[in-house]
Design a protein around this ligand. Structure first.
Ligand code: SAM
Length: 327
């Protein structure tokens, strides 16, 4: 879990203190309906202050955890080294800005771009409780449909936005991100639809001559795409606050947010040698891993106790981690 997650949770509690619980619950139900359908919404979703508040309470901890999970893989391969300026596109209430601030110690500036004035206003209020770089962020209202150039940065994030855009706008937005920053992170829900949107962004970035930093260990065709009914995704675990539990009518103290993502760079980086595609299966004396490999194939690997060092590594390896791990 990212180091700023407790700070974000406290910030949300502070901002949500005094909000009308029944209005929040009604707005949350509306958001759940929009996001469950998975289809691009026909109108602004965060179109009023209560919807923005409900989004921050009900979704922001999860999108924050998802971005933090992807950034962890970027950090492992050095893809975030040298990042000073973040441009968070479709940044909404600032989840990705908080996650990048938690993952990149040298971050100096943040620009959040979004079409929802209510999300930006709320994001700024939440950010006041955050680390200085988040508290000092610039919040800019921009509609991506205008196809205007984006502010420049060292990293551009697009978290849970691509799938909300009309299909014909998506390639232009990926191009605009690539023009704005030398590193681009696209995160989507870990659903077949989210994965398909990420895969299209991956293809677009590769066509621009970019390189893949994570999760892919290669730039060949995605082997998961060739499998009927499968999609590349990973889970990020997050704690649920009391309010979060109430809004979701949930009892468990945590949840797993599923995400699909791609982190690409203009300059080459050395990607992981392989990637664990599913939750490892641990049985007595063996660990079963489903691995995406650098040669463009994916398949099972079984590590037995007989191979002591490998077995120890496999037991410490999780879903979405590199395989084999760097020693
Ligand atoms: C699901 S929210 C994600 C917010 C944030 N990135 C996160 O990860 O929590 C989608 C965001 O995309 C923004 N958005 C959707 N269409 C947009 C457009 N055409 N131009 C700019 N922002 C847009 C919405 O206003 C909303 O804030």
């Amino acid at each position: 879990m990212s180091g700023v997650a407790p700070a974000l949770s406290r910030a949300l509690d502070a901002v949500l203190d005094g909000a009308d619980p029944s209005a929040l619950r009604r707005a949350t139900v509306r958001l759940v309906e929009v996001y469950r359908s998975g289809a691009p919404p026909s109108a602004q979703v965060l179109a009023d202050p209560t919807s923005a508040l409900a989004y921050a309470a009900y979704r922001m901890p999860a999108t924050h955890a998802a971005v933090a999970r992807a950034l962890r893989e970027g950090s492992r391969v050095g893809a975030l080294d040298g990042v000073r300026r973040l441009v968070d596109v479709g940044g909404g209430t600032g989840a990705a800005a908080w996650a990048v601030a938690g993952a990149v110690p040298g971050l100096e500036s943040v620009v959040v771009v979004d079409s929802s004035a209510d999300a930006l206003v709320l994001g700024r209020r939440v950010a006041r409780h955050g680390p200085p770089v988040v508290a000092g962020a610039t919040w800019t209202r921009t509609d991506l449909a205008d196809r205007a150039p984006l502010p420049a940065g060292d990293l551009a994030t697009l978290s849970y936005v691509l799938g909300e855009l009309p299909e014909d706008l998506r390639p232009a937005v990926v191009d605009a991100l690539a023009a704005a920053a030398p590193r681009v992170l696209v995160v989507e829900p870990g659903t077949p639809r989210g994965y398909a949107a990420v895969l299209a962004a991956r293809d677009r970035l590769l066509a621009l001559g970019w390189h893949l930093a994570a999760p892919c260990p290669h730039a060949l065709a995605c082997p998961v795409a060739a499998r009927e009914g499968d999609w590349c995704h990973v889970a990020a675990r997050l704690d649920r606050s009391a309010l979060h539990r109430r809004l979701k009518g949930a009892t468990l103290g945590h949840e797993d947010e599923k995400l699909s993502y791609v982190l690409a760079t203009r300059e080459p980086v050395t990607a992981a040698p392989g990637r664990v595609l599913r939750r490892p299966q641990t049985r007595k004396g063996l660990v079963g891993l489903e691995v995406c490999r650098a040669d463009g194939t994916a398949g099972p690997e079984v590590v037995t106790r007989r191979d002591r060092e490998r077995y120890r590594q496999a037991r410490d390896t999780g879903w979405g981690d590199p395989w084999p791990p760097a020693v």
